[in-house]
Design a protein around this ligand. Structure first.
Ligand code: ZN
Length: 278
């Protein structure tokens, strides 16, 4: 490919923000391919792991400060299942990276995305984000989307409603401070959703986003296998799940370097979600 064509394509990719819509159905509590509990996918405990979770004074817009009509526009509906795919014209896909940021792997992933002018979505854990705020700043500078993946990556279905709220609120607070905006998307750890998570997410101004293709990279199946899973699963509207933390993610880093140029050469536009009602 000629350099000028590549440049044009990269610019098109940067402009190619796509609305997300719910397509298909899912189980009430565990969704996405391979969405069951995955114990080793939990993030490595950060220095904050043993800090007690205190209810935060922080409240997002839907609870305070906005007039009713504006609230209605900003507050997402309470869903009973997460969004699994993106809607949009043409060959659009989304890359998502969960559990980070981790200074051992996330910078490499950001470097590769920057090399190809591609934006991605990072579902961060608050306890990781709190100690790697510079990486959230970099994500903001480079146009990536940051979502909420809870503070400490618990199985939400085993928590009280109050604890779920604290997990989500504290994470949104750190994201807003370090990224510059509160997250508009959340993803339940292990893909284990429940009604409280949907309700609280909506109260905090967030939409639930799951995935279509699970690379299962946390099982460290080998770089080639991760590449194959992405390429075999590639299709319009697909959301790909990978991880940039929670263990040795060097295979995930290397796999991205291989499948990203191949997806682009196949005509895919990698995009980030945009909310229709904001
Ligand atoms: Zn996770």
């Amino acid at each position: 490919m000629q350099k000028d064509q590549l440049f044009t394509r990269r610019r098109a990719l940067l402009a190619g923000v796509t609305a997300v819509g719910a397509v298909g159905t899912a189980g009430a509590f565990a969704v996405g391919s391979g969405g069951g509990p995955a114990p080793s996918a939990a993030p490595a405990p950060g220095p904050a792991a043993h800090r007690p979770l205190k209810p935060s004074a922080y409240r997002l817009q839907p609870l305070t400060g906005y007039g009713a009509p504006r609230d209605a526009l900003r507050r997402p509906p309470v869903r009973s299942e997460p969004i699994l795919r993106i809607s949009g014209r043409g060959r659009v896909m989304m890359l998502t990276f969960d559990d980070g940021p981790d200074p051992r792997y996330t910078p490499d992933i950001l470097d590769t995305l920057a090399e190809y002018g591609v934006r991605a979505t990072f579902f961060v854990c608050g306890e990781m984000a709190d100690y790697n705020r510079d990486l959230l700043s970099r994500m903001a500078d480079e146009g990536h989307v940051v979502g909420n993946h809870t503070w400490s990556h618990p199985l939400l279905t085993r928590l009280t409603r109050r604890r779920i709220r604290t997990e989500m609120e504290r994470t949104s607070e750190v994201v807003e401070q370090a990224y510059g905006e509160p997250p508009l998307w959340f993803r339940a750890p292990y893909g284990a959703w429940n009604r409280a998570a949907f309700q609280l997410g909506a109260e905090l101004g967030m939409e639930p986003l799951a995935w279509t293709v699970d690379t299962l990279d946390w099982t460290t199946p080998g770089t080639g296998t991760i590449v194959e899973r992405v390429e075999d699963g590639a299709a319009p509207g697909v959301v790909v799940l990978s991880h940039d933390a929670g263990g040795d993610r060097s295979q995930s880093v290397r796999a991205l370097r291989r499948y990203l140029p191949e997806l682009l050469d196949s005509g895919y536009h990698l995009t980030v979600p945009r909310r229709r009602f904001v």
